[in-house]
Design a binder for this molecule. Structure first.
Ligand SMILES: NC(=O)c1ccc[n+]([C@@H]2O[C@H](COP(=O)([O-])OP(=O)(O)OC[C@H]3O[C@@H](n4cnc5c(N)ncnc54)[C@H](O)[C@@H]3O)[C@@H](O)[C@H]2O)c1
Length: 247
């Protein structure tokens, strides 16, 4: 405990799932946390639950104006976690252009804007940006064409941001996390879109050599490491935490 004492952190999609687990663990490690989410009810309730070191701000990550307003309301930020995301299920024959564009608005434009505003906010003092990609940003699946493309874009954008910050001497590290299937509400939404949720769940388990889905707390533990100064030499890297599914 106390590994993030004095760090001011900003977690998008912090109201649910992985973002909630990260916000909880960051507060437990001594950080101040801004929970940024479109879900006001869940975000506000979590902030109250976490106590005085947590606050909530409404943010749609796909809106440039909303990012400007959200970050203007914060003094300093040491750590930005671009975690907000959605999952569109479907193959190239099924996904519509509108669905594809929406997936990109949230998962790619959202991370682009986060990195853009985050770099501007942190470049004077340095810091850490953590982008939530996915194992599916590394290994494609036939029924995830939009999500695969979005998470691969996040993977490579992370490296470009890392190289730029290194070349400018900003002291900002930028890394991506690639979880396997972790049982959060996003998985329940994907299962609900499926014709055979039980078979899909069984296929998730079978695709992880460790024989189970991951836990949100396991992703939060990796985010803590990347947020601390212990990770000072890590930048532009893909941190896979997926029960062996991309081996
Ligand atoms: N759960 C998994 O198996 C898994 C695996 C790999 C990667 N991921 C990624 O982890 C991240 C979090 O997923 P999760 O499983 O916790 O999902 P989740 O649905 O539980 O939480 C996502 C959060 O993002 C918020 N959100 C959605 N659109 C937003 C927007 N436009 N602006 C701001 N907030 C928005 C939601 O309100 C929600 O609170 C996502 O980027 C997801 O792609 C999840």
């Amino acid at each position: 405990m106390g590994r993030l004492e004095g760090k001011r952190t900003f977690v998008t999609g912090g109201a649910s799932g992985l973002g909630e687990a990260i916000a909880r663990r960051f507060v437990a490690e001594g950080a101040e946390v801004v929970i940024a989410d479109v879900d006001e009810a869940a975000g506000k309730s979590l902030a109250v639950d976490l106590g005085p070191r947590a606050t909530f701000v409404r943010l749609d990550v796909s809106s440039e104006a909303a990012w400007q307003a959200a970050l203007d309301s914060c003094d300093t930020i040491n750590v930005l976690v671009n975690n907000a995301g959605i999952t569109t299920l479907g193959s190239i024959e099924e996904v519509t252009l509108d669905q594809f564009r929406h997936e990109f608005e949230v998962d790619v434009v959202g991370v682009f804007l986060g990195c853009k505003f985050g770099v501007a906010k942190m470049k004077a003092r340095g810091g850490a940006i953590i982008n939530m990609s996915s194992m599916t940003g590394v290994r494609a699946q036939a029924n995830l064409v939009a999500y695969n493309a979005a998470k691969a874009a996040v993977t490579h954008m992370t490296k470009s941001v890392a190289l730029h910050c290194a070349s400018q001497g900003y002291g900002i590290r930028c890394n991506s996390i690639h979880p396997g299937a972790i049982h959060t509400p996003i998985i329940d939404k994907v299962l609900a879109q499926s014709e055979d949720p039980d078979a899909l769940y069984a296929s998730f388990v079978a695709s992880h050599p460790l024989g189970r889905l991951g836990k949100p707390e396991e992703i939060a533990a990796l985010a803590v490491y990347l947020a601390t100064d212990e990770a000072e030499f890590a930048t532009g890297a893909e941190f896979r935490i997926d029960g062996g599914s991309t081996i």
